[in-house]
Design a protein around this ligand. Structure first.
Ligand SMILES: [Zn+2]
Length: 315
């Protein structure tokens, strides 16, 4: 069947890999994504990554059957094109990913939202393997997500399903990056946790080098039993519990998978989220629902992009 190429475009790096249809990586690499450059330069950089992998495949006497691509933003799946803009890559607005890559390489290409692609990887090969229905959340600078129903990604009528960071957890609440108020992302993302902790420190008059605050530090302080840090984490877990429960009450998944930088805080954090989710979810769902850590780490994006290519290409 040949091999597959998976690419994962982020605000900092473009990761790319060559792999088999079952998600086994043969070669993986990365380069700066040139996110502050014009669109043509970003594409040129992507082409260079693809060329590198095509040469590697040719050396092994292998061909590349299809290319998969994970990108931030809402993606029109059939067109393989960005819908509007994405904040961390300003020139990426309306980027015709599928069209440009196919024109350049004559290899069928599929593009999807980056969190969707990671959810696909976790569902096929990671923490969600064997479960037909999964809710995936990525906790970091923002809160993204993906929903797998009956083993398939839910994309929605407007190519924007699973925007889990924008579930409303507080009426008339804090402003969110999306323009709305009271979204989960405004309360439980990494910057939101840091802002909350900073506020608590200020209130008690604790002097601290405020620029050095990070979620790593908050989790570290909590591990040292510092009350304000523990409160900050518990409050984030309360919001995550309410937000996640609102979604699981609608889709009734087998499992909830938590990924992204903040999720690396450790098993206690995941358990605390699970406790809160079960508090708010309806009993029939809460009884057997599991909240678990994502397992594929940094490779999830390219692995998911390879699955995206392998599963959509016509045999
Ligand atoms: Zn929002």
């Amino acid at each position: 069947m040949g091999l597959f190429i998976g690419l994962d475009l982020g605000g900092t790096n473009l990761k790319y890999a060559l792999g088999t249809k079952s998600g086994e990586l043969i070669i993986k690499s990365s380069r700066p994504s040139l996110a502050d450059r014009e669109q043509a330069a970003i594409f040129k950089n992507i082409y260079a990554g693809i060329e590198e992998l095509l040469e590697a495949a040719a050396k092994q006497n292998e061909t590349v059957t299809a290319i998969g691509f994970g990108s931030p933003g809402s993606i029109h799946f059939e067109k393989g094109q960005l819908i509007g803009s994405t904040p961390n890559i300003p020139a990426w607005t309306d980027a015709p990913i599928k069209k440009n890559i196919e024109k350049r390489f004559h290899i069928t290409t599929w593009a999807d939202n980056d969190a969707n692609v990671v959810a696909l990887a976790e569902a096929r090969l990671g923490a969600g393997k064997g479960y037909p229905n999964a809710l995936f959340l990525t906790l970091g600078t923002g809160i993204g997500g993906g929903i797998i129903l009956n083993h398939q990604l839910l994309r929605g009528a407007h190519h924007s399903a699973a925007e889990v960071g924008h579930v409303i957890v507080e009426f008339n609440g804090r402003p969110c990056n999306c323009g709305n108020h009271g979204c989960l992302e405004a309360y439980a993302s990494a910057p939101a946790m840091v802002a909350r902790y900073r506020k608590k420190l200020k209130r008690t008059g604790v002097e601290y080098k405020i620029n050095d605050l990070s979620t790593e530090l908050i989790f570290h302080k909590a591990a040292m039993n510092e009350d304000l840090a523990k409160q900050t984490i518990q409050e984030a877990c309360n919001y995550l519990g309410a937000g996640i429960a609102s979604i699981v009450n609608v889709i009734d998944p087998d499992i909830v998978i938590i990924g992204g930088g903040v999720s690396e805080a450790g098993p206690e954090f995941i358990t605390a989220i699970e406790t809160e989710v079960k508090k708010y979810a309806i009993k029939a769902i809460a009884r057997d629902l599991k909240v678990i850590n994502a397992s594929l780490g940094n490779d999830a994006g390219v692995v998911g992009a390879i699955f995206l290519a392998a599963e959509n290409v016509k045999p």
